[in-house]
Every structure is written in C-alpha cells, then in structure tokens.
Ligand binder design. Sequence first.
Ligand SMILES: [Zn+2]
Length: 415
Amino acid sequence: MQLGKYSLGIGDRFSHQGVAQLRGIIKANQSGVEISPVWNKSNREHIYVHSYPADVRKEADAAVTTLGFSGKYFVDADHINMGTVAPFVETADFFTLDVASFIGKESLEDEVKAFVASCSKYVGKLSIPGIDHTIEVSEELIAAIAHKFLAATQQASEIYTFLKGKKGEGNFITEVSMDEVETPQTPVDLFFILKMLADKGVPAQTIAPKFTGRFNKGVDYKGNVEQFAKEFEEDVLVIDYAVKEFGLPEELKLSVHSGSDKFTIYPIMAGIIKKYDKGIHVKTAGTTWLEEVIGLAMAGGEALDAAKFIYINALGRKEELCAPYADVIDIDDSKLPSAEEVVGWSSEKFANTLRHIPDHLDYNPNFRQLIHVAYKVASEMGTNYTDLLKKHSEVIGKCVEENIYERHLKRLFNL
Ligand SMILES: [Zn+2]
C-alpha cells in the first residue's frame, strides 16, 4: 500500500464535512495534481467529541462513494501509541506512530555503542547531496543522537510490529511522528533517526519531525521563515539520501503537522518540493471545524446564535479549554471581543472576524484561536449542534470546500 506523492490530511471533528473536504481536493486534482485525501483523527480528538475510529472510516467511505472519487484515500489513526492503537486497528489503514514521549528515554549502553559503531562511515565531514555545506559528524554526536532517539525509534518498531501482526505486512501506511515536542529535530538528527528506523525494519512512508518555529492551531506560522525554509529543504535532501543509503521506502516523504493555515510557509514548501520533485503530506484538522462555525454564522438566525453561544461560552471557560493546547496557541486576552460586543454582531462581522483572510480588517487571530479550542463546547451541545450542521450543510459545505481549495491547496501546490 502506497500513499502517493501528494497527500492532504483532512481532520473533521464532527465527521459531517467529508464530502465538502473531498470536493476541495477533487477541485485541486482537476488542475493536474494528484492529491490523496487522508482522513485523520487522533485518540485525543475522539475522546473530546465522543466519536469512534469506525466513524472516520464511515465518513471517508461515504464521501468517496457520494462523489464517485476513484483515487486512493486513507484513514489515519493519528498520534497513536501502544496504549491507544487497539481501537483503530480494524478501520484505519494509515497509522501515525507517535513516539515523541520516548525521546530522551535511556537506551542500553550496548545498543548506543552498537549504533555508533554501525555509523562509522559517516564520521568526519558528512556530505549530503544537494546540501551546500558538509556536516561535522563525530562519534560523540552520533552517541548523543542515539541516547536521545534510540528509545523512540525502538518504540516505533514495537508499534509497527504489533500492527504488522494484526494487519499483515504492506497492508497499511506507517508514519512516525516526533512533532509534539519543544525542541526541533535538526536535519542531522533526522538523518540518524532514519537510519535507526531502517535498522529496526520500520518501513516509514512519512516522517513528521518537529520543525523550527511555532505551528499554532488554525493561524499562520510564527517564527524565522528563512530558517524554516533552510531546515525544510535540508530535511527533504536528507530524506532523499537516507532512502538510498538505508534502503527505506522510495516514497518516504515529510509529513507536516501544520496545525492548519500556515499560509506563509505553504508556498515555500511548494517551491522546495517542486525544485526537487519530491512528495509531501500535510495534515490539517481544526481548520474545518472553524469553517463550520463560519458557515453557521453565515447561515444567520439560530445558527448565528449558536456560533455566538460557542464563542461566549468559550470566553467564560477560556483557561479550561486552552489548557490542553497551551503549547500551540497564543491568545492575547486584551484583543478578545467581549460577550456583549459579539451578541450584537451580524453574520458578516462574525464570519469576517473568524475567517482566515490575513489582511481583512476584521480578522482576529485571537478570536480564531479561542474558537479553535471551543469544539468541546459544540460537542457538549450534542445533537443541537449536529442538527444545525445538517440543516445548514449547504452553506457550511461551501465554506469548508473553499477553505481547503482556495486557502490551503492553492498555496500548497502552487495552483
Ligand atoms: Zn502532530
């Protein structure tokens, strides 16, 4: 089973937007690219909205049938580990092995030594084709990387072996993710991590490192764009070299857990993958939930009231809702509109404040980030919320489709 060169992760909290998301991808594919949709949902999201892995499979299959989509598509058990993988085994065919919590865990000294010994040919000035400078590699550096990452790659191997036993070799896509940590992995870290994965027989098709900068949820990239570009380009070249050196799957590519909406760096990524003719996987999720709220606001009446309720309720429970996202949101409280103010807003005012059009005068990233974490409020509304999604599916679907195509795919694939 192969993922294909270009793929987009489309998370959908409440599983109502599969068709609209797929319409956005089909629209992009009509202009000549071939992007495979991957419906991703983590265990954490399932817990928050009380959904089950089988729901995602149903949503994906139904969307594909409805639109007669004939391309490849996948269902991603996002950010699973040994403790959470079991309920995903049957219905997912893409597994994101999250081994971030094993980074820095001690490995046996003998294993570290054996790894360092196996890397002797890379000691000295390591030259990676395409990178214009050599990298100084010492045994100490390799040992430090081994101490940091051997346990994590061992964990990836254990989850992969478990899945292989359950699903059979070649019947699923393997991603290894290390993005949910504070410190970015450097290109040289990535090179040796890939060797560890190859040594342990993990046939990763995608790898999600932590990149430099902040990938806050639902808003643009924050950080040093030039440094990101350099790191991203070097990662692409490292992967290319590692595939040949270590015999990893030919199709191995970067997976960017974007947190959605990284408009500044999408064109940079597009330029680099085009330059080297490489593939990419980009995960989004929260952006579709935000479009649902925009769609509700646009629908007016009781739907607009529901959108206002979600914001006002979230404003009162800001600390509670933001706590699990502390590392991936940055809200300036002084820029959040008050409940009294929002009550009086029109559909347009609400939608324009929330919609991610960076240079729109009403756009407010603080408002947007608070709504991002407020899906718990919608979840608590139960069928009151999902009934509104059904009732206003047309206007919401248009928002979802436009967002995936116009704001994400056009920038990501230079369309
Ligand atoms: Zn992630």
